[in-house]
Ligand binder design. Structure first.
Ligand code: ADP
Ligand code: MG
Length: 952
């Protein structure tokens, strides 16, 4: 028979709910709260008992406010709250007494204490001398109740499969004798409270007794005591031969499932005890062993769960009322588990280290599993889900899985210490308690203790049917021996009637016996029928179980397949991990090499940067040089223009003079044509030696050359309202001798002098240059233009100009040999031109146009080709003079560089547009000249009047 329990005759209660006999009713797990008194009076208290079902938690001072800054006060309700003044007896009466009553009535019970270390779990469960806890009180109540009805020792014998057998009288007797011979001291103490260590756990006056004990049953109590530490189960009652030299470490036990799917600790010692004292002594022995083991192995008892199991076996007595019925199926076993759980504090609080930490982790793990199981159970019950409860994840939950599945009452005493230090842990405990209360466990069916009461009474010779058995005995006993039947004579009328009477009596008795026999037979028949039906139902049950077994087998098979699959998957994943590892290695290698490369590149970059900086400084030097050079160049050009302008003025002046002479001649036709006055000659002579002679009479033309104020002003020069050209020229002339002394070079102080002039005027000067032939040595270039100043005399242009209509223009195409052949598309191609490397008189005399192809470096370093055009005039002296009229510029540029350049040149450093057109001195000059409205200057000026067109 199974210990399982509340079912008699081997019927299991571990069947699925529908099969359970009418236990549709459910009770929530009974959760009680016990608040222990503070260790010291002055300690801060953070728990207040509000009512006998509610407590309130106050956050301690250091932790007053929660995240929202509110004060934290939370209330928790329990089935009952026990304040600090609650006695052990009161607690027992409320919490454990009903469980003991259930135990005696064949129902299972589980009671555990939960809380942080020091909260009073052990005090509640075990108690202290004079203050016995739930455990000694439960034992006491059991023995008080069944005391007189206990079976003799070894009548009940655990079958090591969580069941209970009934031994026959002889075997039991032999066992008893064996035990007595092994222990000289009698095991059962004859007097109460012998051991001072656990004396006075319960005072006799506090003794409790359960009602409704079946007097026709025989009882036996067995106790086991186990410790679950680090998820290992140790038997605390195991008798191991003690080896003082090399003490054996305790062997852990495993959990098994019996035939009724109840969990039990395989091979666990079950000690039969016959009194509270004996039971408590056994418990104490276990406690001692636990303490010793903990000291030896340096473990902390607060980290282990201790489980004390009280098994109560009961079976009906046989007919004679003094021996237990030799029928295993009649044995009923119920059990009460008293569990003192490990401290529920988190690992951090225990400050565990190393292997201790792992242990603590396991302990917490088992409590975590308990939590999870409760959670899942609650969810399943509340949401109607069917999630698997992970009982198997820890030994504690696995051992008690049947309780939560609906086999008996579950009660929990939550112990709390109101001290502030425990506040946070206590909060967690409270949450767990709250959740646990929501779990419901099926109510064990309340059934009569003995379903076979009547039969048992029959078997014990009870008055099943009136007094018939007794009557029968009496009758049998009343079969007096027949009277002597020897007839003394024919007249003996005494013997026969006496015999007849006796025989009649016997006949009567026989009839009664037959009747009795029939009655008994009928009764037996009905009993047998009942047994038959029982048997049938059992067979059905077996059949059903077989079906279930098949299902389970299938499930196991499925799970095996699943395991196989998972194993394969895990192998696959391992392989993948391997590959990934390798890939990682490769990548790391790559990374290293890339880093190396990066470093080398950075070094190179550094080097290049410094090189660049060096280049920059060098380039800056070059740029400054170039700038200086070009500034000089510009200055020179300005001067050249000025001179040219002066020349023109002078020519005009000359023309005027000639005109005047003609006019005068016409008027005085008889007069000899006169040479200009000596003064004039003097002036002319003077002029002929001066680079830009200006006739003094020019001053009469002053009004014509007056520049209006609209001429673009030079911001750097303050100037008068109007400046006459004549005055400017005369001013300039004052510096001429100085200039001449400088040879062919532009006078260095010309600028100084020119500074006195308005900008525009400065620009106009020296635009036209003429010289006597032979024109210029081969190295003629623009820069030398300024040197072509005629020193012999003025030009007489209009008179010697060749007719354009006569056979078109002829050009002298002057290309110095120094020119580089550029691969440009645009090339000057002048038909009919006389090509020369150096201009000579012969060529010039044949042509009326002159063009010089001049190459120079542009400011950006590219080669710029200029076609300097001019007109060839005959001088009065019979030579040739070239007057430059136009410059065509051909600039070759890289489009990329150009665009970049243009962009950068369009905006200045301040982001303002730059006066691009004014950067070129040529342009400045021409624009300045063109500003004179109605100017009669040559087409070249017109051309230059526009911003310089860039040719591709
Ligand atoms: P736990 O087992 O939870 O670690 P204990 O039961 O060992 O805690 O209790 C720690 C101490 O507090 C013990 O000395 C115990 O005597 C005392 N104690 C606990 N609860 C109470 C209580 N209700 N009344 C008086 N003392 C208590
Ligand atoms: Mg404890």
């Amino acid at each position: 028979m199974n210990f399982s329990v509340c079912n008699r005759k081997g019927k299991t209660t571990r069947r699925p709910p529908p099969k359970k006999p009418s236990n549709n009713q459910k009770d929530p797990v009974g959760v009680y709260c016990r608040v222990r008194p503070l260790g010291a009076e002055d300690e801060e208290c953070c728990i207040e008992v509000i009512s006998n079902t509610t407590i309130q938690l106050h956050a301690p001072d250091g932790l007053k406010a929660n995240r929202n800054g509110e004060f934290k006060e939370t209330q928790y309700s329990f089935k009952k709250v026990f304040g600090i003044k609650t006695t052990q007896r009161e607690l027992f009466a409320d919490v454990a007494k009903p469980l003991v009553e259930d135990l005696i009535h064949c129902k299972n019970g589980l009671l555990f204490t939960y809380g942080v270390t020091g909260s009073g779990k052990t005090y509640t469960m075990t108690g202290s001398p004079g203050q016995g806890g739930l455990l000694p009180r439960s034992l006491d109540m059991i023995f008080n109740s069944i005391g007189p009805y206990q079976a003799k020792r070894y009548v009940f014998k655990p079958d090591d499969k969580n069941g209970m057998e009934v031994q026959n009288q002889v075997d039991a007797l032999l066992d008893r004798q064996k035990r007595d011979s092994q222990t000289s001291v009698p095991k059962t103490p004859t007097t109460r409270r012998t051991d001072p260590e656990f004396a006075d756990m319960i005072s006799p006056e506090e003794a409790c007794k359960a009602g409704g004990v079946d007097e026709d049953s025989s009882y036996s109590v067995f106790v086991s005591y186990i410790e679950i530490y680090n998820n290992y189960i140790y038997d605390l009652l195991e008798e191991t031969p003690f080896d003082p030299i090399k003490p054996k470490p305790p062997q852990s036990k495993i959990l098994r499932e019996d035939q009724n799917h109840n969990m039990y600790v395989a091979g666990c010692t079950e000690v039969e005890v016959k009194s509270t004292e004996e039971a408590f002594e056994v418990f104490w022995r276990g406690q001692k062993k636990r303490r010793i083991a903990n000291t030896q192995l340096n473990r902390e008892s607060s980290r282990s769960h201790s489980v004390f199991i009280i098994k109560l076996a009961q079976a009906p007595l046989d007919a004679d009322g003094d021996t237990v019925l030799q029928d295993k199926s009649q044995v009923n076993v119920s059990q009460l588990c008293l569990v003192d759980l490990a401290g529920s504090e988190r690992t951090s609080r225990t400050r565990a280290e190393g292997s201790r930490l792992r242990e603590a982790g396991n302990i917490n793990q088992s409590l975590m599993t308990l939590r999870t199981c409760i959670e899942v159970l609650r969810e399943n019950q509340m949401c109607g889900t069917n999630k698997m409860v992970p009982y198997r994840d820890s030994k504690v939950t696995h051992l008690f899985k049947n309780y939560f599945d609906g086999e008996g009452k579950v009660r929990m005493v939550v112990c709390v210490n109101p001290k502030a230090d425990d506040y946070e842990e206590t909060l967690l405990v409270m949450r767990f308690a709250e959740m646990t209360q929501e779990v419901e466990v099926a109510r064990p069916v309340d059934r009569p203790i003995c379903g076979f009461l009547t039969h048992r009474l029959e078997e014990r010779g009870g008055p099943v049917d009136g007094e018939s058995p007794t009557v029968l005995n009496q009758l049998l006993q009343s079969f007096h021996p027949l009277p002597p039947c020897e007839i003394s004579g024919p007249n003996d009328d005494v013997t026969l009637p006496r015999l007849i009477e006796a025989l009649e009596k016997r006949h009567k008795i026989r009839q009664m016996m037959v009747e009795e026999y029939n009655k008994t037979a009928n009764m037996l028949k009905s009993v047998l029928q009942e047994q038959d039906s029982n048997l049938l139902s059992k067979e059905n049950f077996i059949q059903e179980q077989r079906g279930r077994l098949g299902e389970k087998d299938k499930m196991i098979q499925n799970q095996k397949n699943e395991i196989d699959r998972l194993e394969k998957k895990s192998k696959m994943l391992e392989y993948k991990i391997d590959i990934l590892q390798k890939t990682t290695n490769i990548y790391e290698e790559d990374k290293r090499s890339l880093q190396h490369e990066l470093e080398s590149r950075e070094q190179r970059l550094q080097r290049e940067m410094s090189e660049k900086r060096r280049m920059e400084t060098r380039m800056q030097g070059i740029v400054t040089d170039a700038k200086l050079k070009w500034e000089k160049e510009c200055e020179r050009r300005v001067n050249a223009k000025q001179l040219e302008m002066q020349n023109k003025l002078w020519v005009k002046d000359e023309k005027l003079k000639q005109l005047k002479a003609i006019v005068t001649e016409g008027k005085t036709e008889n007069r000899q044509p006169q040479r200009p006055s000596r003064e004039k000659d003097k002036v002319a002579a003077k002029r002929s030696v001066s680079p830009s002679p200006v006739p003094s009479s020019l001053s009469s033309l002053e009004p014509i050359y007056k520049f209006s104020q609209t001429v673009r002003p030079d911001p750097h020069f303050p100037r008068p309202g109007s400046v006459s050209v004549a005055s400017c020229i005369s001013e300039w002339e004052q510096g001429v001798p100085h200039c001449c002394r400088q040879g062919s070079q532009s006078p260095p102080d010309s600028r100084k002098r020119a500074q006195g002039l308005p900008d525009s005027l400065r620009r106009r000067r020296g635009r036209c240059w003429a010289r006597e032939v032979p024109v210029q040595p081969a190295e003629v270039d623009l820069e030398e233009t300024g040197h072509w100043v005629s020193r012999t005399g003025p030009l007489v242009r209009p008179l010697h100009r060749r007719s354009h209509s006569a056979g078109g223009e002829r050009w002298v195409d002057h290309k110095p040999t120094t020119n580089v052949d550029l691969d440009t598309v645009l090339q000057p191609n002048i038909p009919n031109a006389i090509k020369v490397n150096a201009p000579n008189e012969k060529a010039l005399s044949k042509c009326d146009k002159y063009v010089l192809t001049h190459q120079e470096f542009a400011s950006d370093g590219e080669i710029q080709t200029k076609l300097i055009k001019g007109e060839v005039f005959k001088t009065r002296g019979g030579g040739q003079a070239v007057q430059f009229t136009d410059i065509e510029t051909l600039k070759q540029e890289n489009p990329l560089a150009a665009s970049r350049k243009r962009r950068s040149s369009e905006t200045g450093p301040d982001g303002e547009p730059m006066e691009r057109n004014w950067t070129d001195v040529e342009t400045r000059c021409s624009v300045a000249v063109e500003m004179r409205a109605g100017s009669s200057l040559g087409p070249g000026y017109q051309h230059h009047g526009y911003p310089k067109r860039r040719k591709p």
